[in-house]
Design a binder for this molecule. Structure first.
Ligand code: ATR
Length: 282
């Protein structure tokens, strides 16, 4: 009798829309890894129980999505350095009753921007919009790429300043600062939108001048159509805009590597997912 393939899943609420099962199935086929990857909708008050039940069934790993990344961080017995810095966990490895927490979101963003979009961070001026969990998760991986500066701007300026303070020791040579959205002027090479604004289909209360001279405006959200924020950035002077579909595929690839020790080729998977998404938007 053939052995049961190793079991993985994405856990969240809601989670039915998640692309992760498709992406991981594509990685498994490409790399010849014997695994199955499902989808778990956990009750809002039942995350820990759902993780325990999955582990009891022999589950090997979980991707964690909204709204459980902070709970996953609290539940993990061990944390990688990047999960500790992010204050959140999106990748759990389950081994002999022990949960190891990792976070691949930040490396996913940086790889998409560097490798897929061809933008080099070193010496560049970076603006990060937002100061919630999504923003926090990408600060350390961006700083590790040695930009000249990283400005964190948020509707609630105090939260942006607090984040800048929290990462001051890791800033190396980069000038790191927090500020409000409305005071922004241009001069950024890269602008990353990590606010929840695009989710609600909104643009952000940003001065138009913030986009002047911007080489790449990157929205961490993705959809069949460019977001309102991407469209506004292009109209206001950004040379190029990209959504976060590549980040989704790259963070998945890093989780796959954490679990299986094999790095999938992300390019064909990203291209196929883009085609799929475009078809759904018609
Ligand atoms: P996530 O985990 O997705 O980052 P979060 O921790 O709730 O979610 O953070 C949401 C971020 O989006 C915050 O930076 C929030 O700004 P505030 O700190 O001022 O609340 C930002 N945000 C959400 N909706 C926004 C909007 N319409 N305009 C500007 N910023 C918005």
């Amino acid at each position: 009798m053939a052995a049961t393939p190793d079991q993985y899943a994405v856990i969240g609420n809601p989670v039915a829309h998640s692309r992760s099962p498709w992406v991981h199935a594509a990685f498994a086929t490409q790399t010849g890894q014997a695994l199955e990857y499902g989808c778990i909708a956990a009750p809002l008050d039942g995350f820990a129980a759902a993780v325990a039940a999955f582990a009891a069934r022999g589950g090997r790993g979980l991707n964690v999505t909204v709204p459980f990344k902070l709970e996953a961080h609290a539940l993990a017995a061990g944390l990688s350095e990047r999960a500790r810095a992010a204050g959140a966990v999106n990748t759990m490895s389950l081994r002999e009753g022990r949960i190891e927490g990792d976070n691949t979101d930040g490396v996913g963003l940086v790889r998409d921007i560097e490798r897929n979009l061809g933008f080099a961070f070193e010496g560049r001026r970076v603006l990060l919009l937002g100061a919630g969990g999504a923003a926090r998760g990408v600060i350390l991986p961006i700083l590790e790429k040695r930009p000249a500066s990283l400005v964190i701007a948020n509707r609630t300026a105090e939260k942006a300043r607090a984040l800048a303070d929290a990462f001051s020791a890791q800033a190396c040579s980069a000038a790191l600062a927090g500020c409000s959205l409305d005071g922004l002027r241009g001069g950024y090479d890269l602008i990353v939108n990590a606010t929840a604004g695009s989710l609600q289909g909104e643009s952000l209360p940003l001065p138009a001048s913030a986009n002047a001279g911007c080489a790449l405006a990157y929205d961490m959200m993705y959809g069949a159509q460019p977001s309102a924020w991407m469209r506004a950035a292009l109209a206001q002077g950004a040379a190029r805009a990209a959504d976060g579909l590549g980040m989704l595929v790259e963070q998945a690839a890093e989780s796959f590597f954490v679990w299986r020790g094999v790095a999938p080729d992300t390019a064909p998977v990203l291209a196929a997912l883009r085609t799929q998404l475009a078809g759904e938007g018609k």
